[in-house]
Design a protein around this ligand. Sequence first.
Ligand SMILES: NC(=O)C1=CN([C@@H]2O[C@H](COP(=O)(O)OP(=O)(O)OC[C@H]3O[C@@H](n4cnc5c(N)ncnc54)[C@H](O)[C@@H]3O)[C@@H](O)[C@H]2O)C=CC1
Ligand SMILES: O=C(O)C(=O)Cc1ccc(O)cc1
Length: 296
Amino acid sequence: MSKDGILFDRVTFIGIGLIGSSLARSVKKTGSAAHITVCDINQAHRDKAVELGFADDASGDFIAAVKDADLVVICTPPGVCGDAAAAFAPGLKEGAIVTDVGSVKQSIIHDVSQHLPDGVHFVPAHPIAGTEHSGPEAGFAELFDGRWLILTPPAGTDETAIAKVRTLWERAGSQIEIMDAQHHDMVLAITSHLPHLIAYTIVGTADDLGEHLKQEVIKFSASGFRDFTRIAASDPVMWRDVFLNNKEAVLEILQRFSEDLTFLQRAIRWGEGDKLEELFSRTRKIRREIIEAKQA
Ligand SMILES: NC(=O)C1=CN([C@@H]2O[C@H](COP(=O)(O)OP(=O)(O)OC[C@H]3O[C@@H](n4cnc5c(N)ncnc54)[C@H](O)[C@@H]3O)[C@@H](O)[C@H]2O)C=CC1
Ligand SMILES: O=C(O)C(=O)Cc1ccc(O)cc1
């Protein structure tokens, strides 16, 4: 696959928030598309995309927006990817490629695939990169640089379509991994979904404290709590959808997490410092391994 030049003649983004606008900016910058159309239910977002220059045109009409598109990238919250696909599917041309960026994969594959006509290729994708911000102004072309991009194509997916989506993301600077969707959902439940749930909980707990304590929490926020508040500022609609659409894996990981928390609770209650120290030493080692792997 060529490393520069036009990869797709016409690309359409459905949903042009943080992730859609970041990828659109990257596609513009790398010259991977001759023409970019955006479609979003929010007119202000459509207008902003054209004003900022990473979209050539914008439409609120799903069918018109995908007409002649060689690639359609669904970048809506996870819970409405299927509704969006149902709305644009009748406008797709034969041979078009559809992809997405959703943080959960099994439910999106189920919701989207059922609406796509024969002769259209679906290549599900998930960039492991983001921020706590939302909307088209929050995006930037370098967001995916040096970050993982996981592809979860179901068995039998057209290899040429997979290769083209892969190249698009490689040009954005991503490193690609191909994975089964079920495995993806379990891995992300522990590495991303549970951490977000913990952050939402801890900041909520602090918020529920009495008013006088709350003021102290804000005033004396050490970096640990501050880091949680960044994660807990992430988009409420998107994260509601993530938990509702990766229910099984999240509940399984949450069960194990709460057992481990009970273990710590007991160790603290009974003064079992050796147990605490053993765990904290093990976790410190994991952090060092992650940093070393990044530097390698
Ligand atoms: N925010 C993050 O850090 C990351 C998000 N993702 C995934 O990217 C997707 C998009 O997330 P963000 O860009 O962060 O959200 P965002 O809130 O910034 O953007 C979503 C956009 O979709 C539009 N939209 C909502 N419903 C729609 C519909 N039915 N049809 C058309 N447009 C619609 C909204 O108006 C908005 O412009 C989600 O599926 C999320 O799981 C993936 C990796 C990281
Ligand atoms: O902002 C952060 O720390 C993130 O964790 C970003 C993120 C959010 C959701 C994803 O599916 C992937 C990456």
